[in-house]
Design a binder for this molecule. Structure first.
Ligand SMILES: NC(=O)c1ccc[n+]([C@@H]2O[C@H](COP(=O)([O-])OP(=O)(O)OC[C@H]3O[C@@H](n4cnc5c(N)ncnc54)[C@H](OP(=O)(O)O)[C@@H]3O)[C@@H](O)[C@H]2O)c1
Length: 330
């Protein structure tokens, strides 16, 4: 089968098309004919992991070490990228109960990757579910990563209707889903993103959008019940002034110092920092599927590229021009 492989870390040039062996499903696995995948934060990070230092990694050192061991020290351990996908089940292992050949599915392979290929195998217990019928494969493929992370992370703050939330990083994979989910929960949403993506963030449902280059949201006098900082760019010492008295600064990316802040702010009533990891499991994907079917989460595909042009797709994402998701189609 055809797959996009890479044997060294680096720029998009390391991605190339190759014929590789078609995987065979184990007893509890399904074989999926991939119809579409995407280019997201995880693909870019894994492709260039050699140059990602512990300092440049947006998580504590231990997480970097674990990621380094799973991605490979000098050379990639996983040759095929692509962590979210949509496609069709073509064969199932003998113990599989949830799927049968012919089922249309979408899901998130996470750190296993493997979706930049014509076929991939995945455990039936992985976050994979029947594809919402009204979505094309391309649309379904760009939803799982961001929506799974956003659903899992927002659960940590129990957002209520009418509450005010600011999402810092609203135009990215996680942020774009978080804007839509927060709106669906009835919150008043402010999105922070680059100037080129203000309209995109408003189109996702944000009540207002702030250009991070033009305005520092911590200095505009506004306050929020929740600040969701996707990249962990706002130190608590600064962000706390933009929080309501019982407000929460939720970090999707954090270092040891954020964890210490979480510890000491948890000891008293008042403004708190919360560092959260998204399990992003099957249960969350089923919640995402329901929201998609109810029209509460939409897929906005900015551009798509055929599999052979995966390197071009990576280059395009790295220009920072995209307004929406970038899909790779088979
Ligand atoms: N906690 C968890 O379980 C978990 C899981 C997955 C990922 N993560 C973390 O989430 C992050 C990736 O998120 P993602 O996939 O959404 O990334 P992404 O798609 O690359 O989006 C990044 C977003 O950050 C925005 N941004 C860039 N510079 C900014 C600035 N100075 N101020 C405000 N916003 C800025 C970008 O906006 P513009 O492009 O419009 O400027 C974009 O909206 C990583 O740090 C990763 O470690 C955490």
């Amino acid at each position: 089968m055809k797959a996009i492989v890479y044997d060294e870390f680096g720029s998009p040039d390391v991605l190339r098309l190759e014929d590789v062996a078609r995987p065979v499903p184990k007893p509890k696995e399904i074989l999926i004919k991939v119809r579409a995948s995407s280019v997201n934060f995880g693909d870019l990070m894994a492709r260039s992991f050699r140059s990602v230092t512990p300092r440049g990694f947006n998580m504590p050192f231990l997480f970097w070490l674990i990621a380094k061991m799973s991605m490979g020290w000098r050379k990639p351990r996983i040759r095929v990228l692509g962590n979210e996908f949509a496609g069709e089940v073509t064969a199932v292992g003998r113990d599989v109960k949830r799927f049968k050949p012919g089922d249309r599915v979408f899901g998130h392979a996470g750190q296993r990757f493997g979706a930049y290929a014509e076929d991939m195998c995945l455990s039936e217990k992985a976050p994979v579910a029947h594809k919402p019928a009204h979505l094309s494969y391309e649309e379904a493929a760009v939803i799982p990563y961001g929506a799974l992370m956003a659903v899992s992370l927002l659960r940590r703050v129990k957002l209520l209707p009418g509450q005010r939330i600011l999402i810092n990083g609203a135009s990215g994979g996680i942020g774009a889903a978080a804007v839509q989910i927060a709106k669906h929960l009835g919150a008043d949403v402010t999105g922070v993103c680059g100037g080129a993506r203000l309209d995109y963030v408003r189109a996702l449902g944000a009540d207002r959008a702030i250009d991070h280059a033009a305005q520092d949201f911590t200095e505009n006098g506004e306050t929020y019940d929740v600040i969701f900082d996707v990249l962990g760019l706002t130190p608590f010492s600064r962000g706390r002034h933009s929080l309501e008295p019982r407000g929460i600064l939720l970090y999707a990316s954090f270092k040891g110092r954020h964890l210490l802040t979480m510890l000491w702010t948890s000891l008293a009533r008042g403004r708190r920092a919360v560092c959260a990891i998204a399990p992003g499991g099957l249960e969350d994907l089923l919640a995402v599927k329901e929201m998609v079917e109810a029209g509460k989460i939409r897929a906005i595909v900015d551009k798509h590229f055929p599999l052979e042009q995966a390197a071009e797709a990576h280059r395009y994402v790295e220009t920072g021009q995209r307004r929406g998701s970038v899909a790779i189609i088979m």
